[in-house]
Design a protein around this ligand. Structure first.
Ligand code: NAD
Length: 242
């Protein structure tokens, strides 16, 4: 893996930071991108780039000569459909679907040239299942699932694989922030939200750790990964077993 270069988006926090650290531990040269400059500073041994990934026109300034692309940056918005702010819907689809498309589009030529590439899309259980009050997030993640499969089909003759990783609730700031939002929306306390909403459909009654997600990402980039493509890997404590 020492010869590989990876671009990880949303790498200042949570799952992205865990992926950047895990790939760097394998010897991969990691470019960590985020708009949170302070968060990026905490990462050691990786190149960092401060950028707003929702600013589609500026994405062409990011490195294109990468062998591994981890599309991870994301945000959540919890609101009933009839009150869902349309500009927030557009923003979430731009950040979590259009931005990955642009990054894939501009990095594939390098991967095709090298005859090897790995596109990892951090989707979610919400790429495969819906929940109420998360219209933009669920729509963007379902779109990412389709995009990932098209990349798998086009990339295969060039040695490029594309897969989704689909966690249930992971212990990150994105989830911590949701506890308060969901408490207000559902009329519950934050601990009731964790127990009755987030962990209710899950058989393993705990939040997933970011490092567990990063381990799966590393596996999908590793030596045994060539035939794994066009798939979505649930890491959901049994949620979708229902
Ligand atoms: N935490 C979970 O339970 C969970 C579950 C399933 C999927 N996911 C997915 O994992 C990914 C990472 O989520 P997380 O839980 O680690 O969240 P997080 O909030 O800890 O990290 C997200 C990172 O994305 C960055 N980011 C957001 N908008 C950006 C923008 N416009 N430009 C640049 N950077 C931006 C943030 O600064 C942050 O560092 C997301 O795509 C999320 O949908 C998370």
């Amino acid at each position: 893996m020492e010869t590989r270069r990876a671009l990880v988006t949303g790498a200042a926090s949570g799952i992205g930071a865990a992926c950047a650290r895990r790939l760097a531990a394998d010897g991969v040269q990691v470019v960590a991108v985020d708009y949170d400059a302070a968060g990026l500073e905490a990462l050691e041994g990786v190149q960092t780039v401060v950028a707003d990934l929702a600013d589609l026109e500026s994405l062409s300034d990011l490195p294109k000569d990468v062998d591994i692309l981890v599309n991870n940056a994301g945000v959540q918005q919890v609101a009933p459909l009839e009150q869902f702010p349309p500009e927030r819907f557009s923003y979430i689809v731009r950040l979590m679907l259009e931005s990955p498309f642009r990054l894939i589009r501009q990095t594939l030529p390098h991967m095709y040239g090298a005859g090897w590439g790995r596109v990892i899309n951090i989707s979610s259980v919400h790429g495969l299942r819906a929940s109420p009050f998360k219209a933009a997030y669920v729509a963007a993640k379902h779109g990412l699932e389709g995009l990932s499969k098209v990349v798998a089909l086009e990339g295969a003759p060039h040695g490029v694989t594309s897969n989704c990783v689909n966690p249930a609730y992971v212990r990150t700031p994105l989830v911590t922030a949701q506890l308060a939002d969901q408490a207000a929306t559902h009329g519950l306390t934050e601990s009731e939200v964790l127990e009755k909403v987030m962990l209710e459909p899950v058989a393993v009654k705990r939040l997933i750790e970011p490092d567990e997600v990063a381990e799966l990402v590393a596996l999908l980039c590793g030596p045994a990964s060539a035939s794994i493509t066009g798939s979505s890997f649930v890491l959901d404590g049994g949620w979708t077993a229902h």
